[in-house]
Design a protein around this ligand. Structure first.
Ligand code: NAP
Length: 246
């Protein structure tokens, strides 16, 4: 799955799944534009990619802020000349039972996880349409498919990501652009590290493979959707969850 010369934006790229995606695709030839809210951590990932012989550029932006996203996309096009691929990976959790959930917790999660996907997709789509080629991969979640107590905001945002994936896939298919989603199960990252041992055990009990997934396992699924091997696949959701939801 060669990505040589393809210019790819990865959001939320400074750690966890986003960093693993950036490292994986860069080592398969992609030129990677890393985007995250914190610039310092991003530079460490960019340095690692360059040390491994890859090409990486870092950009600070809040994906929930449309103006910042447009500005950063313009900068990326100026430097890299084109955008072939977009991976909408940035995401947050603000877990609480609905009864206790604050309006700010609902708004923050929807703004980053769902509006962030709208913002970046809108910012890059004209460039892709002009070239009659593009790949967009959105990171959803098993929770967007099955729900989870304490995550009404997060599961709504991730189900919404599937809706935008399918609708945009229909809008741009005739222009050579595919739009797909990867729905990870429980993956060991900082996002899941903060869960209590009790909740971790509860999740483990739901996973037939009896282990948590790794960010690298998600990166491989994303690379497949970005590659020419997936050229005739669009509007799909690929679950990578150890059998947690079948
Ligand atoms: P993570 O370790 O928390 O990494 C998420 C990254 O996104 C962080 O670098 C974070 O920066 C960045 N980010 C947060 N808000 C942002 C914003 N407004 N603009 C730009 N960047 C922002 O999470 P992860 O586990 O790698 O998750 C990556 C994606 O996979 C998310 O969409 C998540 O919902 C999804 N996912 C994860 C799992 C799992 O089990 N880990 C399962 C299913 C789906 P800061 O650290 O500075 O906030």
């Amino acid at each position: 799955m060669d990505l040589k010369g393809k210019t790819t934006i990865v959001t939320g790229a400074s750690q966890g799944i986003g960093a693993a995606i950036a490292l994986d695709i860069a080592s398969n030839g992609a030129r990677v534009a890393l985007v995250d809210i914190q610039e310092e951590k991003l530079k460490m990932v960019a340095d690692l990619i360059r040390k491994n012989g890859g090409e990486a550029y870092s950009y600070a932006a809040d994906v929930s802020n449309f103006d910042q996203v447009v500005a950063v996309t313009e900068k990326i096009i100026k430097t890299l000349e084109k955008i072939d691929h977009l991976v909408n990976n940035a995401g947050i959790t603000r877990d609480n039972l609905l009864m206790r959930m604050k309006e700010e917790e609902w708004d923050a999660v929807l703004a980053v996880n769902l509006k962030g996907v709208f913002n970046f997709s809108k910012a890059v789509i004209r460039n892709m349409m002009g070239k009659r080629y593009g790949r967009i991969v959105n990171i959803s979640s098993v929770v967007g498919l099955m729900g989870n107590a304490g995550q009404t905001n997060y599961s709504a945002s991730k189900a919404g990501v599937i809706g935008i994936t399918k609708s945009l896939a229909r809008e741009v298919a005739s222009r050579g652009i595919t739009v797909n989603a990867v729905a990870p199960g429980y993956i060991a990252t900082e996002m899941t590290d903060k869960l209590s041992e009790e909740v971790k055990e509860m999740f483990m009990g739901l996973i037939p493979m009896k282990r948590f997934g790794t960010p690298e396992e998600i990166a491989k699924a994303v690379r497949f959707f970005l590659s020419d091997d997936a050229a005739y696949i669009t509007g799909q959701v690929l679950s990578v969850n150890g059998g947690m939801l079948m």
